[in-house]
Design a protein around this ligand. Structure first.
Ligand code: GLU
Length: 495
């Protein structure tokens, strides 16, 4: 790998389920790496043991793989910078923290949580910004080192410069300057000896040769601290790119837990694994999230993952917040469903049919797929559209068999005539059945829709279905006639 190629990383913390924001950050990192021939690293930032959620990492990897992403280095694939779990890199951070102490960029702090809390309350009372009051910053370094060596409980704090300012750069927002006096002496290593994210991430990014840090904008506020840490080490700064935040569909604020639960009732979710279960294609989700914060031009909206790899550019990322729009997700999902070859659509629909309890005949499903390809929005609608193909029998509601603006008797009569015509055909296909059925409707003084409506409910058991005659063709003549006969007797009972 030539050193001039970009190296990017996606560095999630396994603290919960994988949501859109993580999916999008991973996608952009992936696209950038694949386009440039660079390296994409997956790093698990599990230093915060309190927030660790067992199973989150497996869920994350499955979600990313489902989206179609892969990475060159990571916990599951290995690589030259292993381990890729921060919890296994404890000594590396310790050594770097020591280096910072030795070079006067960090110091031991022995303040008890109680004392810190008292000082904080006092600052709040005086209407000052709560921050560390600097007690241990003033300790003699040798004495402090001796206390730490004796095992006195301590944390390690960064010695943030107190004068002047720091200017950091975000690719999308330009230069950001903050007064050092507004920054705190942040904790780098906790009393349990584990590094905090700020130190761990900067050390890892450096050791892993990361050239571009593409991450969520919640980290923008700590960018000055990260700048200070990198400068204290004398390391080259990567290009920082902070992505836009997601807002709830109304555009007002972030999506809450309650709102996520409500979205789910509507068949939508902000979690990747839910979207899979709800019948979204990874292609649709990828297309949707790609455009929440990035655009290619002002009109192209259909993108496959490959398109995104080809067309992606960091410069076209948009830092403005993006409101989550589930209608768009449905739209993109539909577009991608239309593009699947029938075999593939059948393959994707199958699990949803099986889950609904149908026994699925693959060959038949491939024939059925094109009939619903234009109509499906999500794959989980498949059972309601095509389930009747896999039932021995359908159970239409007698009332629904009655044709529009017709009586049950008239409907039964029309159905009887249709039955006679269909019986006489060598087979029921679109070509053979449709013309005589239209002629029959005319003869009976009916709109084609009135007659077809009766036949549709009779044969499919439902008022909305895939195209009628193509459906009859797949169901087969014998079963079609059998269903029609049953419908006639149901109508007779109504009369
Ligand atoms: N572990 C951080 C998170 O999950 C990653 C931030 C970063 O990419 O630097 O948000």
């Amino acid at each position: 790998m030539s050193s001039s190629k970009p190296v990017v990383r996606f560095a999630p913390s396994p603290t919960g389920r994988t949501h859109l924001g993580s999916g999008r950050t991973a996608l952009y990192n992936y696209a950038f790496a694949r386009q440039t021939g660079g390296t994409f690293i997956l790093r698990i930032e599990d230093t915060d043991q309190k927030r660790y959620v067992p199973g989150a990492e497996q869920e994350l990897i499955q979600s990313l793989r489902w989206l179609g992403l892969d990475w060159d280095e990571g916990p599951d694939v290995g690589g030259p910078h292993a381990p890729y779990y921060q919890s296994q890199r404890r000594e590396i951070y310790q050594q770097h923290a020591q280096w910072l102490i030795e070079h006067d960029h960090a110091y031991y702090c022995f303040c008890s949580p109680e004392r810190l809390e008292k000082a904080r309350q006092e600052q709040i009372r005086l209407k000052q910004n709560p921050r560390y009051d600097g007690t241990c910053r003033r300790l003699d370094p040798d004495e402090a080192a001796a206390r730490a060596a004796r095992g006195e409980r301590h944390v390690i704090r960064f010695k943030t410069p107190q004068q002047g300012s720091i200017t950091v750069r975000d690719l999308l927002r330009g230069e950001i300057t903050v007064e050092n006096s507004s920054l705190d002496d942040y904790i780098l290593v906790k009393s349990d000896g584990l590094a905090l994210y700020h130190l761990a991430a900067m050390v890892d990014d450096h050791l892993m040769g990361v050239t571009h840090v593409i991450r969520g904008s919640e980290w923008l506020s700590t960018l000055p601290l990260h700048g200070h840490i990198l400068r204290a080490f004398g390391w080259q700064e990567p290009v920082f790119v902070h992505l836009s935040i997601f807002l709830k569909p109304s555009g007002k604020g972030k999506m809450s837990k309650r709102e996520s639960a409500e979205a789910l009732k509507d068949g939508h979710s902000i979690f990747i694994s839910d979207l899979k279960d709800l019948g979204y294609l990874p292609e649709g989700v990828v297309n949707w999230i790609a455009l929440m914060g990035w655009s290619y031009d002002d009109h192209t909206e259909f993108f496959t993952l490959q398109d995104i790899v080809e067309k992606f550019s960091l410069e076209k990322l948009n830092p403005s917040p993006a409101a989550i729009n589930f209608t768009k997700l449905d739209h993109f999902n539909g577009l991608h469903i239309r593009r699947l070859p029938p075999e593939e659509l059948a393959r994707r629909m199958k699990p949803f049919l099986l889950q609904a309890g149908y026994t699925v005949d693959d060959e038949r499903l491939v024939k059925i797929a094109p009939l619903v390809q234009e109509r499906l929005v999500t794959l989980d609608e498949a059972p309601q559209w095509v389930g009747f193909f896999f039932q021995d029998d359908v159970a239409p509601k007698p009332q629904e068999l009655v044709g529009a603006k017709m009586t049950p008797q008239e409907s039964a009569q029309a159905a009887r005539r249709a039955l006679a015509v269909l019986e006489s055909l060598p087979a029921i296909t679109l070509e053979l059945a449709e013309p005589p059925m239209r002629a029959l409707a005319e003869e009976l003084g009916l709109q084609a829709g009135q007659l077809f409506g009766i036949l549709r409910v009779a044969v499919t058991g439902q008022k909305v279905s895939p195209p009628l005659f193509e459906s009859m063709e797949i169901i087969g003549k014998e079963k079609t006639l059998q269903r029609l006969r049953k419908a006639i007797s149901l109508l007779d009972e109504l009369s």
